[in-house]
Ligand binder design. Structure first.
Ligand code: ADP
Ligand code: MG
Length: 728
């Protein structure tokens, strides 16, 4: 009997929900462990409070004296909460978060010690960062990296450690993390959007990008998860036959949450409250044991930090509840995958959501400007946007027959499609007073009414307008949102900048009124970017054919998709908007393409091991049992035995065939891997892994899964899909 599998099952079935205490109101817990505005008011002098707030709001520099005051206030606050250590918390290009804890404790001679945390330690640190990926940027001994305090994301306490969010850059100034380019992109979109808002309201001084992510995940019992070497090492199952029952009954979606899972969620939510992560929604997702968690949206930089932090906290809390969280985009074949919808919008410091239609024709015109420019930006940069969400794990969603597809398109709904059609008919140049009135009354003026009852939603679109925001749905569940958010905000910034230049030319050179100029440019943009708009079912062969005709890219694999990141167009875009220079862009490309290769390499090894060490020996064992049985039948029935051993003999033969197929496929895969490993060029290597190695996965899996169906359940060593997905 297969020990681990049955032990794990027994353990799982004996689990009791872990009781949790929830005595306080959530609003009382909220932000308790965050050095936020209210804590700062309490702990900082007025002067340093103003200094920090101005850095947050206007990006001003914080001088040394204030940094000293802030660090000592942070220390006092942290010590009052039993904290012993501090760390710079950053997001290197591994995608995970990094931290290195130092104690406040310091000796001062004479056998005495104090707690110390100075401005220097707050502002800058030099982690021994030589083993973080840098894509060739930090190849010299001198060019080390350092972390620098990001005051726009507040420090927080996790466990007994004070965590200070920081950026991570090389001494030559190149970004070595996800946050630095994001901050630059946010500044770019702020500048470009604010300039346009001034057409409508001179009081607007700042535009903030907001992000509300929806995190999908699977929750599997810890014992079951660790009984599977593939889940342990790759985060997904590399084989396993689909259960007789899957998600076809849709009986999990929005169903009542199982108690163990619910207790985990409540515990997690409490942790989130303390950390100031405003989580709000929880529910079951489509697949069995799949769930979703969503917060109230926040400023994008903070939202990105909070998502990274959440993914970390999830793992820790899950462990307390004997669960393992699977964040992988496709942990189980044949069952829905997990994504992370990125809801995105822009808001002014006067409180206007620029992607929400307003009450007056003028505010609606402003809405249309941002709406149409976003569509145009996505159209012009669809391939780059696809590249921003490319990863080995997300390929299982985007490249496969599952929504959303690898083709980026924009869904806006029937009503707004009509509005854009009307705007396409606007006259060129100056508009007659009648036309203007008509536009204002009957087109622009009608938008809010129209949207109120606009309930149509398209769940298959990778980029959808949902009433007052765009929802970038193709982002993968493991992703660091900084990557897609950097690209989205940059392309919109560039688009808005171009738009403004056009408008200004029409006003100054052609003598058009502001609204006339806007209508003229919008008309051209709508015509130009029509091909990106798609209201239909966003995946399948038909759409692929249609998309091809429209000239939209369809990069199904990461090595193909990533290429767009280092196109001339992309590099000049990032340089023009001051988001990344060529070195930074190329470094990221290198890191990501190498990571792709590594992931496939690991999966190939694990699959080879499981097939060779688990599946084949089990198949042989079972085959031996059958052979024994046939021998016995022969003893009893003599020459007549074949009549009674017919099925057994067939099975023995089939098992041999599958064993032989697995053997030869694994051998071929190993050969392909050896060949790929010899390739020096990282791009060619990734292609070899993608097109020469990976195709063996499905073939090997096919035969293993067939054996799973044939072999005595008691012998099968790997925890089965039905056990992983339906044990609660
Ligand atoms: P669903 O997409 O599942 O129907 P909702 O529409 O309620 O869910 O919202 C999903 C997410 O969108 C939430 O995280 C919410 O905070 C976020 N969201 C709402 N408004 C905005 C906005 N203006 N900017 C960014 N995110 C937003
Ligand atoms: Mg959504």
């Amino acid at each position: 009997m297969s020990k681990i599998r049955f032990q794990a099952l027994a353990e799982t079935l004996n689990r009791k929900p872990i009781a949790i205490e929830e005595n306080s109101r959530r609003s009382d817990l909220f932000g308790k462990n965050v050095f936020n505005e209210s804590t700062m008011r309490q702990y900082l002098t007025k002067e340093s409070y103003i200094g920090v707030m101005s850095a947050i709001e206007h990006g001003t520099k914080i001088d040394r004296k204030i940094a000293d005051q802030v660090s000592s206030a942070m220390k006092e606050w942290a010590l009052s909460k039993g904290v012993t250590h501090y760390t710079h918390w950053f997001q290197p290009l591994t995608g995970a978060t990094a931290e290195k804890h130092d104690a406040f404790f310091e000796t001062i001679g004479g056998g005495m010690a104090i707690e110390k945390f100075g401005g220097n330690q707050l502002v800058q640190q030099e982690p021994d960062a030589s083993s973080f990926p840098n894509g060739g940027i930090r190849n010299t001994f001198e060019a080390r990296g350092y972390t620098a305090w990001d005051p726009t994301s507040p420090a927080f306490i996790y466990g007994t450690t004070l965590c200070v969010p920081t950026i991570f850059v090389s001494y030559t100034g190149e970004a070595l993390d996800y946050k630095t380019p994001l901050l630059r992109a946010l500044r770019a979109v702020d500048d470009a959007a604010t300039a346009i808002c001034k057409y409508f309201d001179k009081n607007v001084k700042k535009v903030t990008s907001s992000l509300g992510w929806e995190q999908e995940y699977f929750l599997i019992d810890k014992a079951l998860a660790s009984s599977r070497p593939d889940i342990t090492l790759t985060g997904r199952t590399l084989l396993g036959h689909s259960p007789a029952k899957g998600q076809q009954l849709d009986d999990h979606y929005f169903g009542s949450i199982p108690t163990r899972a619910l207790n985990f969620m409540r515990d997690l939510e409490t942790e989130c409250m303390l950390l100031g992560i405003p989580v709000k929604t929880r529910h079951n997702e489509v697949a069995p044991n799949q769930f979703e968690l969503a917060p109230i949206y926040e400023e994008s930089n903070l939202a990105v930090d909070h998502n990274s932090l959440l993914m970390d906290v999830m793992n820790k809390v899950a462990s307390r509840h004997n669960f393992k969280v699977l964040l992988h985009e496709k942990p189980f074949a044949g069952v829905n995958g997990s994504g992370k919808h990125n809801n995105w919008s822009l808001t002014t410091d006067t409180g206007v959501n620029l992607l929400s239609p307003g009450k007056t024709p003028m505010s609606n015109l402003q809405f249309l400007v941002f709406f149409v420019n976003t569509i145009k930006a996505v159209y012009e940069n669809e391939e780059l946007l696809r590249a921003a969400i490319a990863s080995a794990s997300n390929d299982h969603r985007l490249g496969a027959n599952e929504a959303p597809p690898a083709i980026i398109s924009v869904f806006i709904g029937e009503q707004l499609t009509k509005v854009l059609q009307e705007l396409e008919g606007v006259s060129t140049g100056k508009l007659s007073p009648e036309e203007k009135t008509d536009l204002k009354l009957n087109v622009v003026g009608k938008i809010p009414d129209v949207l109120l009852d606009n309930t149509d939603r398209n769940r298959t679109s990778p980029f959808a307008f949902t009433g007052n925001k765009f929802e970038f749905r193709a982002v993968g569940s493991t992703a660091n949102c900084a990557n897609p958010m950097t690209v989205l905000n940059t392309i919109v910034a560039k688009q808005l900048k171009d738009f403004k230049n056009k408008i200004d030319v029409l006003i100054e050179n052609d003598g058009l009124k502001k609204d006339e100029a806007i209508f003229n440019v919008l008309r051209e943009y709508i015509k130009a970017s029509k091909n990106i708009l798609f209201e239909g079912n966003g995946y399948g062969a038909e759409w692929e054919k249609e998309a091809k005709k429209r000239g939209l890219s369809n990069n199904k694999t990461t090595p193909e998709a990533l290429k767009a990141k280092i196109s001339k167009k992309a590099i000049s875009l990032f340089e023009e908007m001051d988001v990344m220079n060529k070195v930074e862009v190329e470094a990221r490309y290198e890191i990501e393409i190498e990571e792709y290769t590594l992931r496939i390499q690991i999966e190939a090894r694990v699959l080879g091991d499981i097939a060779g060490n688990h599946v084949i020996p089990t198949a042989v064992k079972y085959q031996n049992m059958l052979i024994e049985n046939v021998r016995g039948l022969k003893d009893i029935f003599g020459n007549n035995y074949q009549k009674h051993a017919k099925e057994q003999l067939k099975l023995i033969e089939k098992i041999s065939e599958h064993i032989e197929a697995i053997h030869s496929k694994v051998d071929e895969m190993v050969e392909a891997r050896k060949k790929a490993n010899k390739i020096e060029d990282i791009e060619a290597k990734a292609h070899a892994y993608c097109f020469d190695v990976k195709p063996y996965f499905d073939e090997i899996r096919y035969h293993c899964d067939k054996l799973e169906l044939m072999i005595d359940d008691e012998l099968w060593p790997l925890t089965k899909y039905r056990e992983l997905l339906f044990t609660r």
